[in-house]
Ligand binder design. Structure first.
Ligand SMILES: C[S@@+](CC[C@H](N)C(=O)[O-])C[C@H]1O[C@@H](n2cnc3c(N)ncnc32)[C@H](O)[C@@H]1O
Length: 220
């Protein structure tokens, strides 16, 4: 099953998708293959972003004129495909993930979309990969969708690496609604981070009720 926001009924989710730009064949096949893997229990069912979020991220990448982007948490590559599609021909996206198996699926689809030369993949713990990058303004856009307890560190590490006015997107910041009733350490980590970011002078912050909550930070 394709991921759906907990905020939408199935009918409303279908309506939202029917009234947004539809995924092309490559994106549709990637969504279908990941859904089939999830149905078989081979991958977690809630990992992939919803299609309307992918369409939004592609549009946002293009609208902001992003040239260099970074993604933390790539999985089978759908969100990366969307961001890469919003980049100009000489743009680049650096993806960080630990899983060789899941990102092998991603590589297949990036190649099929003709985007392989725009996307770099670094396997390993993303906290370490990020820390190893030069501490200088590099990225116009960052998408964070990995270990939830690590988000605060990712935000801190990203700040000096973002260009002026650069945008960081944090996924799952509503935790399926559990921010109102946190049940585990990941929920509590995001409740704490959401509250801190609302008044953090380093960023302009908005928590959008898109999909599972998408927080948008603009570096001041
Ligand atoms: C929710 S999935 C990403 C989904 C992806 N953005 C998409 O839309 O298809 C989270 C990913 O983060 C990766 N991950 C989790 N902890 C990590 C870490 N410490 N370093 C690097 N990757 C990590 C997992 O391997 C997984 O592929």
């Amino acid at each position: 099953m394709t991921p759906r926001s907990f905020l939408l009924t199935r009918e409303l989710a279908d309506y939202v998708r029917a009234n947004s730009e539809p995924p092309d064949d490559v994106a549709a096949d990637l969504l279908a293959e990941t859904a089939a893997l999830a149905d078989r229990g081979d991958v977690p069912p809630t990992f992939q972003i919803a299609p309307e979020q992918g369409t939004f991220m592609q549009l946002l990448t293009r609208a902001l004129g992003v040239r260099r982007a970074i993604e933390i948490g790539t999985f089978t590559g759908y969100s990366a495909l969307c961001v890469a599609r919003g980049l100009p021909e000489d743009g680049s996206l650096l993806c960080l993930d630990t899983s060789e198996e899941w990102t092998a699926v991603a590589r297949r689809y990036w190649a099929r979309a003709g985007l392989a030369d725009r996307i770099g993949l670094r396997l390993g713990d993303a906290h370490e990969s990020l820390r190893a990058l030069p501490v200088e303004p590099t990225f116009d856009l960052a998408f964070v969708d990995a270990d939830k307890a690590g988000y605060a560190d990712y935000v801190d590490q990203l700040h000096p690496r973002m260009t002026d006015g650069g945008v960081v997107l944090l996924d799952n910041t509503l935790r399926n609604g559990r921010v109102l009733d946190p049940r585990n350490d990941d929920d509590r980590a995001l409740v704490e981070l959401n509250a801190a970011l609302a008044t953090d002078p380093r960023w302009e912050t908005v928590l959008l009720p898109l999909s599972d909550g998408l927080t948008m930070l603009r570096r001041r």
